[in-house]
Design a protein around this ligand. Sequence first.
Ligand SMILES: Cc1cc2nc3c(=O)[nH]c(=O)nc-3n(C[C@H](O)[C@H](O)[C@H](O)COP(=O)(O)OP(=O)(O)OC[C@H]3O[C@@H](n4cnc5c(N)ncnc54)[C@H](O)[C@@H]3O)c2cc1C
Length: 497
Amino acid sequence: MVTQAHSDAPGRAFDRALVQRELARVLPSGGLLSEPRALKPYESDGLTALREVPWLVALPEDEAQVWAVLKICREHGVPVVPRGAGTGLSGGARPLADGLLLGLSKLNRILEIDLESCVARVQPGVRNLAISQAVAPHGLYYAPDPSSQIACSIGGNVAENAGGVHCLKYGLTVHNVVGLRVLTIAGDMLEIGGKGLDSPGYDLLALMTGSEGMLGIVTEVTVKLLPVPPEKRVVLAAFAEVGAAAAAVGAIIGSGLIPAGLEMMDRLAIQAAEAFVNAGYPKGAAAILLCELDGVTAEVDDALALVRRIMMGNGAFSIRVAVNAEEQARLWLGRKAAFPAVGRLAPDYYCMDGTIPRGRLAEVLRRITELEREFGLAVANVFHAGDGNLHPLILYDANEPGQLERAEAMGERILAVCVAVGGTVTGEHGVGLEKLDPMCGQFSSAELEQMHRVKHAFDPDSLLNPGKAVPTLARCAEIGGMHVHGGKLPFPNLPRF
Ligand SMILES: Cc1cc2nc3c(=O)[nH]c(=O)nc-3n(C[C@H](O)[C@H](O)[C@H](O)COP(=O)(O)OP(=O)(O)OC[C@H]3O[C@@H](n4cnc5c(N)ncnc54)[C@H](O)[C@@H]3O)c2cc1C
């Protein structure tokens, strides 16, 4: 449960005054925050239920300063929590009261746009959307587009392996990053990958992507740029039943077509988005699908005809194709603004993130409706349907005694349903602090132990973002959630950890 989501990080003792003096020496003026009022905005990331005011906040302006900060922290045994823009939804950048919060937002320069290699080299604090804006004059863009792209940083995207609407066709962050510069807390500077698509050795690029700030500090990212497709169409289909919309998703993907984006919103999410941005969604629908098709004109025309047929065949009662770029943008605006829109329906909401096989969509959405009744809390569903990546938003009021706990308990049950149908406890928001306990249910002790060994190889003293993403085996044993595949030990005669 989130309210009880304690970190597994051990407490540390160090000479605070000495460390503060040393940090002040290597950082520019204004680059070290220690006043309670200045620290307060950093007490949480987007998962605001989890707060802790950090001991200090460091705001370096270049890689050399990051290196110097890490060196001081290593020498004195000070835990370091990296932070990009703080939009994360799993508590990954939640600070520690006895640790340093390392803000990377001032490393925000686009270093190079290499048109021949079709890549951009950027610092980690560059906002996701700023990359596409910078390369737009060249007819290029950066494909992964989290709904938070106006604010979130590329360093945070790498650390979370962020997804977005267009990841169905173009891949997640891990598929769109070709190079990284990483500083380890041990003092090494790693240059991983480059401008090409592959490099020899173990795939450290994939290992680093999604490592939630636990293995190293990303100080530079080289991303792939794609040509803006010549043609794009956005289709809106309305359904009287959620199950019919879910079936249409399976049928579209099953036809062999991969849309650029395929998103779903249910009744509550539609009503919230309409009231907020007036996107032109049909208010009476139980669910809508937004489908984007891109490519050359003939290909898009064929795909559009096929999608129409499939949607009608699965019971869509209305289908609308946006007639121009403004209407396309308006249809997407409703989807992209859905989270803040839902935030207007109730004092609080708890955003879950789980992924399931697409074929189980209808069944899982039905289960969520049953859980709504069981827990007496409403849920708005708005999600990346094509990827099977669910985002149930559980509405609650933290001022009503017991509601937050009920919302959390309901969230846990939803994740359990995701795992039970062959899915995972997170799709794109990471584990952070929030999903530590569900990780115990998803992975065996051997698998978790292997993850701890990887962490140890990069950060033997566990100083970097300690206590996040991978639960200790003791924690799993405590909650009794250790999962053993197939219900029995795979190698019963081997010693267990
Ligand atoms: C309204 C809203 C919509 C969202 N929609 C999406 C979506 O569609 N898809 C999606 O994937 N996510 C989404 N998110 C979640 C969030 O935006 C992403 O996880 C994003 O990648 C976080 O980036 P950030 O810069 O804010 O990172 P932060 O929140 O600051 O940090 C996230 C993690 O990355 C680590 N970190 C940050 N920078 C570095 C670095 N330079 N080196 C090493 N570690 C680092 C932190 O320690 C932390 O563990 C959404 C969030 C909101 C609030």
